[in-house]
Design a protein around this ligand. Structure first.
Ligand SMILES: Cc1ncc(COP(=O)(O)O)c(C=O)c1O
Length: 401
């Protein structure tokens, strides 16, 4: 057993006082009071543009430096490589356009049928605009796994970039990133990983996995609505996005257009600190505390996942679509004779939040034959407990059982 104290964790979330059971974490997590306070305090304190002269300037500077350091610890990256933005989608569009400036006919870009569309469409559109070719990596519908042989076939000496998910937000599949990185680097291409759905559930590391760019969204792990991409600094130095004439050309600032959202950056840093405090054991230093906490989170979520899946399998007419050997605690299910949307609607009347749909996982939903209705998605988070699972299974049994 770990020292994971679920009652203590839950006490940090004012939204849990509502009495709702939240299985909608993959869409966005609830917010601890400390994170909300970091946002409020930054806005309410003296605050102006960054600098070192006035307290107001220093507060803005501190928020920026603090967020880069925190996100670097979370993503196993260098603070100088952390680019902050409005969302993962916005950052990926921006970076795809910056990268595509050096692409042309004969170049190839690899995308997958497992990814959320935020890590597909920006690359497809950028490749098309540059005259480059798009190659697709398949998903194995029977297992939910990314096909490594299809990846191998898609890669060649012409590949400039491969965009691969760290975990599917639809069915939870977690490809082996180190193995993917080895194949991609073998042909001399760059690897851009969407870790939006992975980061809330597992220990991630840009450097250890050998990935070149790793993106996350802070609102998926208790932070405010924003995103960040950590890149290898030497690769970011090679990219030259469009920018205003007087704006700095320094990395990572040159990728961050306009004034930064200081209050959101303070909130993001507070969210990382909150994660690090979840169950650090005897670890010291924020990265080590994060690693220990994420191991405890995984164990907690894994135990609840087993309960959810066992309970679902006992229901008549249920199909589970989240089947991969390594996956996040995110279950996608359909129910014979019931529309997923109706099941979700019924759960909502019982105070249980579990949405139905495809969640912008356009390619996997189509490949699995689930487009456009999708399924019922039940995602576990660090604040779910056994009583949430009891309520979910009871309500489902009453409706479809
Ligand atoms: C796996 C995955 N990638 C990307 C996104 C998009 O993130 P953002 O809202 O930060 O653009 C999401 C959002 O649900 C997601 O789950």
């Amino acid at each position: 057993m770990t020292d994971y104290d679920i009652a203590k964790v839950r006490a940090h979330f004012p939204a849990l006082d509502s009495g709702l059971a939240f299985f909608d974490g993959p869409g966005g997590s609830q917010t601890p009071a400390v994170v909300a306070e970091a946002v409020r305090g930054t806005l309410a304190g003296p605050l102006s543009n960054r600098g070192d002269l006035t307290v107001a300037q220093q507060n803005a500077e501190r928020a920026v430096v603090g967020a880069r350091e925190a996100l670097a610890d979370l993503l196993g990256a260098a603070p100088e490589g952390v680019v902050f933005g409005r969302s993962f989608t916005q950052l990926t569009f921006d970076l795809s356009r910056a990268m595509a400036k050096s692409w042309g006919p004969g170049d190839e870009v690899v995308v997958t049928r497992l990814d959320h569309d935020a890590n597909v469409r920006p690359w497809v559109l950028a490749a098309e605009a540059a005259g480059a070719t798009v190659r697709w990596v398949d998903l194995e519908p029977e297992t939910g796994e990314l096909s490594m042989s299809s990846l191998q076939e898609a890669l060649s000496s012409r590949t400039r970039l491969a965009a691969v998910t760290g975990a599917s937000n639809l069915i939870g599949t977690r490809p082996d990133l180190a193995a993917v990185a080895e194949l991609v680097h073998h042909v001399g291409a760059w690897l851009y990983v969407d870790a939006v759905h992975l980061t809330p559930h597992a220990r991630v590391s840009l450097t250890e996995s050998g990935v070149d760019f790793l993106g996350c969204s802070t609102y998926k792990f208790f932070g405010p609505h924003a995103g960040a991409v950590a890149g290898r600094v030497e690769l970011l130095e090679q990219l030259h996005p469009d920018k205003l004439a007087p704006a700095t050309d320094a990395v990572p600032e040159r990728f961050e257009l306009g004034t930064l959202p200081y209050e959101l950056m303070a909130g993001a840093a507070a969210a990382v600190d909150f994660l690090a405090d979840l169950a650090p054991g005897t670890a010291t230093g924020r990265r080590a505390r994060l690693e220990a906490s994420m191991v405890a989170v995984e164990a907690h979520e894994e135990r609840l996942l087993t309960r959810v899946e066992d309970g679902l399998r006992a229901l008549p007419g249920v199909t589970l679509h989240s089947l991969a050997a390594r996956r996040t605690p995110t279950v996608l299910a359909t129910f014979a004779g019931h529309r997923s949307e109706d099941v979700s609607r019924h759960l909502a009347t019982e105070g249980i939040n579990a949405p139905a749909g495809c969640f912008y996982a356009y390619e996997p939903a189509r490949r699995l034959g689930l487009w456009p209705d999708g399924g019922l998605r039940m995602g576990l988070t660090p604040y779910n407990d056994d009583s949430d699972v009891d309520r979910l299974l009871e309500a489902l049994t009453a409706y479809v059982g």
